[in-house]
Design a protein around this ligand. Structure first.
Ligand SMILES: [Zn+2]
Length: 134
């Protein structure tokens, strides 16, 4: 993908601060971090998002994210971790090369939850459950 900035990061034509790398994935510091150590994990093989990729590639990204999460927890002495994987514009994706955000968390770090929670009704749960199951 000639115009993909994450493909350019993998090939090295755009610099990045590497956190972790294996045969299939590359992880680097997000230059717009939500928190200290915020890392992006990407597959070396270009795919746009969770819907565009194959299950094996997605599993490799998740596998690398687990390794990165443990690395950040150990090295930065964080108290927890938040993982985000956003797909398509409706899912808040802004760079269209599949990526997983690994965000170290500390107690009282002041980050906000992205949505407010409220209980569903039994009718809502039953309706959507029927739609999903077919
Ligand atoms: Zn790409």
């Amino acid at each position: 993908m000639d115009d993909c900035i994450f493909c350019k990061i993998i090939e090295g034509s755009i610099p990045s601060r590497k956190v972790y790398e294996n045969d299939d994935c590359y992880a680097f510091l997000d230059i717009f971090p939500a928190n200290r150590g915020h890392t992006l994990v990407i597959p070396k093989k270009h795919s746009k998002d969770i819907h565009d990729t194959d299950p094996e590639t997605y599993a490799k990204v998740a596998h690398a994210a687990k390794i990165v999460a443990d690395l950040l927890r150990e090295k930065l002495d964080s108290d927890g971790t938040t993982i985000f994987q956003m797909s398509k514009e409706a899912g808040w994706q802004t760079v269209f090369h599949l990526h997983m955000h690994v965000i170290p968390r500390w107690n009282e770090d002041g980050l906000h939850k992205p949505w407010d929670i409220a209980p569903a009704t039994e009718d809502e749960l039953e309706e959507v459950s029927r739609l999903i199951r077919g």
